[in-house]
Design a protein around this ligand. Structure first.
Ligand SMILES: *Cc1c(COP(=O)(O)O)cnc(C)c1O
Length: 386
């Protein structure tokens, strides 16, 4: 498991956390070689999570784009309604293996909190979730889901009262309770080993894409597209395709206007340290972390996973930002063309995928990872100007 991706990554944390991070890395190294662990991970992915998820040919959306075929990797059909389950299950099993009875998590859109609360219930682990009060307000249904699943919510009132502050609060809790508690980090960010660990658990997405593409259209896609918040569904999509010639496109949240920073760390940020890792960060001239804004709470994060920083610099993957308005447009396309209500996060990726497909011949195939379903976003979409 790499600690660094070029200069990026590492573990910039207080000394008190180092033993816990090392224990986590060691536990995963052992577990991934343990057939009984792998069997349990696979069985629960299938029987609780609903894997494998289908690869769906979006015929009408393809017609709208007027170019390459568009295929959707249906992570919106995973238990809980997003890809977050894949990582929560994997880390939940590791927590149990380490003998830690308590899970803590941060959440932005609430999807990671819901996934963690589900896994906590299924594996019999106590679950507590940190969430900014701004996010609690805009993602009310997920707050209620977490509570019904038996999780305790800690409202976070510091800073911008969104995801970044929830991560800070969860890290403080972990430092104080590290012996009994596993911090179930929700994206491919944070100190080593989290970026590699989360990428491993999410790579099931890309492995299935590889297999299903060959079965569905006889070869690998020409382009794979995924939205990038912290970057976990994107790195899970990209990882198994890195050694191929498939083009990779990550789509960040461009926010309200072309001039706003949105939450586009890779396209509008600079290298810096945030939450224990060296990567691209939206920051001011003094290195203070900037406030982000996006119509989708799940992309609203000033940092990004360090492996994406490296893929960007080396040119193996390309990244661009799509603004709120275009994501809302893509949401309506998918609803009306295909009868699918996507989350606003992957709606950013769908918009970029349609534009890319338009520029490519009909002989090509574009796969876009539909990271989650849109039930949580209906209120936001309803209130948005059209
Ligand atoms: C959390 C979330 C994201 C963003 O997280 P990544 O780690 O970048 O994948 C994207 N889509 C959905 C549906 C989410 O819930």
């Amino acid at each position: 498991m790499p600690r660094r991706f070029g200069a990026y990554g590492g573990a910039y944390v207080p000394e008190t956390l180092v033993p816990a991070l090392e224990e986590l890395a060691r536990t995963w190294r052992e577990a991934r070689r343990d057939p009984s662990f792998r069997r349990e991970l696979r069985t629960l992915s299938e029987t609780l999570g609903g894997r494998p998820t289908p690869l769906y040919f979006a015929r009408n959306l393809t017609r709208r784009a007027g170019g390459a075929e568009i295929w959707l990797k249906r992570e919106d059909l995973v238990h809980g309604g997003a890809h977050k389950f894949n990582n929560a299950l994997g880390q939940g099993l590791l927590a149990r293996r380490m003998g830690k009875p308590r899970l803590i998590a941060e959440t932005g859109a609430g999807q990671h909190g819901v996934a963690t609360a589900m896994i906590g219930a299924a594996l019999g682990l106590r679950t507590e979730v940190y969430m900014g009060v701004v996010d609690m307000r805009r993602q009310r249904p997920n707050v209620e889901r977490m509570q019904l699943l038996g999780a305790r919510i800690h409202p976070v009132t510091t800073g911008s009262r969104t995801l970044k502050d929830a991560i800070n609060a969860a890290l403080r809790d972990w430092i104080a309770n590290v012996r009994t508690t596993h911090y179930l980090l929700g994206s491919a960010v944070g100190p080593h080993p989290f970026p590699s660990l989360v990428a491993d658990f999410q790579s099931v997405i890309g492995r299935e894409i590889r297999r299903q593409s060959v079965r569905a259209f006889g070869r690998l896609p020409d382009l794979a597209v995924a939205c990038v918040g912290g970057g976990s569904n994107a790195i899970g999509t990209f990882h198994p395709l890195l050694a191929t010639s498939v083009d990779l496109l990550g789509v960040e949240a461009g926010g309200r206007s072309p001039r706003s920073a949105g939450a586009a760390s890779l396209t509008r940020g600079r290298p810096g340290i945030l939450h224990g890792t060296f990567s691209y960060v939206l920051q001011d001239a003094d290195g203070q972390v900037a406030d982000t804004e996006s119509v989708s709470a799940g992309l609203d994060y000033a940092g990004v996973g360090p492996e994406h920083a490296w893929l960007r610099d080396t040119g193996r993957a390309r990244y661009l930002a799509v603004r709120d308005r275009d994501a809302l447009t893509a949401f309506r396309w998918l609803a009306q063309d295909e009868g699918i209500l996507p989350a606003l996060e992957p709606s950013h990726a769908v918009f970029a995928a349609v534009r890319e497909a338009h520029r490519r011949p009909s002989s090509q195939h574009v796969v876009v990872t539909l990271s989650g379903r849109g039930d949580k976003d209906l209120e936001v979409v309803r209130r948005a100007p059209r």
